[in-house]
Design a protein around this ligand. Structure first.
Ligand code: FE2
Length: 259
């Protein structure tokens, strides 16, 4: 049993029930910097369920050379995780509605576009992320190439990129290109710092944000999600704003096994 659950008796409340689906988390064990084991995944998934999530789509990192994941291996590992869960106490977790990816726009990305080698969220959305340290070189071309192939692109956690913090112009440009934005729930309580927190609220108030995600990695994040579920500002924000999470069509998920 994970000690954080013993030392912190507070449990999550279903603040995020209106979202229904978490479209961004790292609960596939041992493939990236997310969960390390089935047990850790189950501990996090229980918290996500208590916080209101009925369904979850796993989105491991694809990032060269740090996480050189391949889609065929990820699909295989996802099936194995579901089999493992069947032999474990996997009650009280959301339905597992497939595996997709969080694709880093990096040096290997152009090749992926050429090969159209992506696992899409809900069989429809391409979840992307940028480096936290430097702007993507040739981003306009990348977005153009994706548009030409009719991809619906989501940018993960735009509030976290420091090079976008002082000006909204570059983000405005992405919105103009039709890129969807997904804010991390934990940004709303300052988990990544005050700058990201402020930016997250600012972008939601502007109506720029279509999706929220947990970006759940481990039990530290799970503890923070418990805190977020009790946060008055977060509760108010969820009452005031509508997001598109629940419209992600689960039937289109490439892998739709339900445990
Ligand atoms: Fe992520």
């Amino acid at each position: 049993m994970f000690s954080f659950l013993k030392s912190k008796p507070k449990t999550a409340i279903p603040t995020f029930a209106s979202l229904g689906v978490d479209i961004h988390c790292h609960m596939l064990p041992g493939v990236d910097d997310g969960s390390k084991s089935n047990e850790e995944s189950l501990a996090c998934l229980r918290v996500m369920h208590d916080a209101g999530f009925e369904r979850v789509i796993c989105t491991p990192h694809y990032q060269y050379p740090r996480f050189p994941n391949e889609e065929s291996d990820i699909l295989h590992r996802y099936d194995n995780m579901l089999l493992d869960f069947k032999g474990m106490d996997a009650k009280g977790i959301p339905q597992m509605k497939g595996v997709a990816g969080e694709y880093r726009v990096d040096s290997g990305f152009a090749d992926r576009i050429k090969k159209e080698q992506f696992l899409l969220v809900g069989g429809k959305f391409l979840l992307t992320e940028f480096s936290l340290h430097q702007q993507v070189i040739g981003l306009d071309q990348v977005m153009f190439d994706l548009q030409m192939k009719n991809y619906e692109v989501i940018l993960a956690h735009p509030e976290r990129y420091p090079y976008y913090s002082s000006s909204s112009q570059a983000l405005q440009k992405l919105k103009d290109m039709g890129v969807y934005f997904q804010i991390n729930i934990l940004s709303l309580i300052g988990f990544y710092g005050e700058g990201s927190r402020r930016k997250a609220f600012e972008m939601i108030e502007k109506g720029w944000v279509e999706f929220l995600g947990t970006d759940m990695h481990n039990t530290l994040y799970a503890q923070a999600l418990i805190d977020a579920s009790h946060d008055k500002k977060v509760i108010k924000l969820l009452e005031k704003h509508k997001f598109l999470n629940s419209q992600v069509d689960s039937d289109q998920v490439i892998k739709t096994k339900t445990i």
